[in-house]
Design a protein around this ligand. Structure first.
Ligand SMILES: [Zn+2]
Length: 464
């Protein structure tokens, strides 16, 4: 398949190895051995014979990070609409999309995928309308799921027509994804952009075709008001546009449960405003959850209550992952920062240190994310038999040294820019020490960066 895939065992050695989030699992002066893309050994250093040995020194080797919620094709929107209220923010973002060409979207997604890989992320869960995320993610060799977004709140298009178009898009995306590390799911965008009968039809389609679902839900107060009382900015917009809305008078999770959307193949993104009965619906249906602490904070949506969800269950099977969300609402794709925010915001909100610890955040960025995407049998920890997806992070920066406990250094001090190398399937996908044109071995991202610059000019000149 690829020339860089090693067919001889490779011994990757480093000061620290963090195979899982479990306390005491860190290995000092350890090594990882992999061959043909699969991990064969994780433990103390041992004789390598004639095998290839790569000693990376004062670094930690982590499972490749899992970013369960991205919008790679929104990379172009980074820093574009700042300090705007949630409702006008999402409205203007939607309006601006029309000014872009498909080539712009692909360049944007390719740059986003490169940012992911350079940040130690090996697996993504991406929601995308344009289809560009799949192209970008394939170009950079990422693993994961690209969920085709679906919209349709008003009745201007019949459900059958929307479904027919979706099915064709899924066929096309599957053809494009063939032979890559990506699969295709669907994303009914949100309760306020997809009407109930369409939501139900999408749930049935996903079940019939065994497609995974991702949905934004329980994100803003405006969404809660729309669902619970039929008031607020979304409801006012519905009235202006003549959109019929039967107020369900319940929270998003229960509403989606009634429509057949929840279940173990579904990833609910945000969940900031969940009431107790909604958390119960998620638990009972084994619905996975994407926690996006920075995006939730930046858009002023609040702090999701992790412990009350009962989903931060280190080592106990919680399918909860961390998502950066788009860089339009973040502005970086840095899961180290996301881990840090997850812990600090729980502690700040609940006013106690025991609210969350570094190990729980690390699990969310690795195994929890893998579970949330249904991929934990292949990724999420460094264990023999799993894919050789590895994030190599430097721990000797002025901002991170010295290291007493690597987990603390990683969660509380490290940054995406400390990532030294990223390996996917035992193949080197990023090397910070290489000359700029070779940092993504075998991949030239400079045309995408050039196109991104040009598309940004279009955005600058955009008028409503
Ligand atoms: Zn999102």
């Amino acid at each position: 398949m690829n020339a860089r895939l090693s067919h001889k065992p490779v011994h990757l050695r480093a000061r620290w190895i963090m195979p899982t989030s479990a306390e005491g699992s860190a290995i000092e002066n350890g090594e990882i051995v992999f061959e043909n893309g699969t991990l064969e050994y994780v433990g103390p250093q041992r004789p390598a014979g004639t095998d290839q040995v790569i000693d990376i020194g004062n670094c930690a080797l982590l499972p490749g990070l899992v970013n369960v919620h991205t919008h790679l094709d929104y990379t172009l929107m980074r820093g574009l609409l700042e300090d705007v209220e949630f409702f006008p923010w999402i409205r203007e973002l939607t309006a601006r999309k029309a000014a872009l060409t498909q080539a712009d979207w692909i360049a944007s997604a390719t740059c986003g995928a490169a940012e992911a890989v350079a940040s130690g992320i090996t697996t993504i869960g991406d929601c995308c309308d344009s289809g560009a995320a799949l192209t970008g993610a394939i170009a950079l060799g990422l693993r994961g799921i690209v969920y085709q977004e679906v919209f349709g709140i008003d009745e201007s298009r019949p459900v059958a027509a929307i479904l027919q178009e979706l099915k064709q898009r899924v066929i096309n995306l599957n053809a494009e994804a063939d032979g890559s590390r990506l699969s295709v799911g669907i994303s009914p965008h949100a309760p306020y952009t997809v009407r109930p009968e369409l939501m139900r039809a999408l749930a049935e389609y996903a079940l019939a075709e065994n497609l995974r679902i991702c949905i934004h839900a329980s994100e803003s107060q405006a969404e809660v008001e729309l669902l619970r009382s039929g008031t607020g900015p979304f409801a006012e917009m519905f009235t202006r546009r003549g959109i019929a809305w039967n107020v369900p008078r319940k929270g998003a999770a229960n509403y989606l449960h009634d429509l057949g959307i929840l279940g173990p193949n579904t990833l609910l993104v945000h969940g900031v405003q969940l009431a107790a009965e909604e958390r119960e619906a998620l638990r009972q249906t084994d619905t996975a959850w994407a926690h996006c602490p920075k995006s939730n904070a930046k858009l002023g949506n609040g702090v999701a209550s992790l412990p009350m969800l009962g989903l931060v269950s280190q080592g106990k099977g919680g399918a909860i992952g961390l998502g950066s969300d788009s860089v339009a609402s973040n502005n970086s794709m840095d899961l180290f920062e996301e881990m840090r925010f997850a812990v600090l915001m729980q502690r700040a909100a609940r006013r106690k240190i025991a609210a969350m610890n570094a190990g729980q955040a690390f699990e969310m960025a690795t195994l929890g994310g893998a579970r949330a995407l249904g991929m934990d049998n292949r990724i999420g920890t460094l264990e023999p038999g799993k894919c050789a997806d590895i994030c190599v992070v430097k721990l000797d920066g002025l901002h991170s040294a010295p290291t007493y406990e690597p987990i603390n250094a990683i969660v509380y001090a490290a940054r995406a820019s400390d990532v030294q190398q990223t390996w996917i399937d035992g193949e080197l996908h990023y090397d910070a020490d290489a000359p700029p044109s070779e940092q993504f071995p075998g991949r030239d991202i400079s045309p995408a960066r050039e196109q991104l610059r040009n598309a940004a000019q279009t955005m600058r000149e955009w008028r409503p």
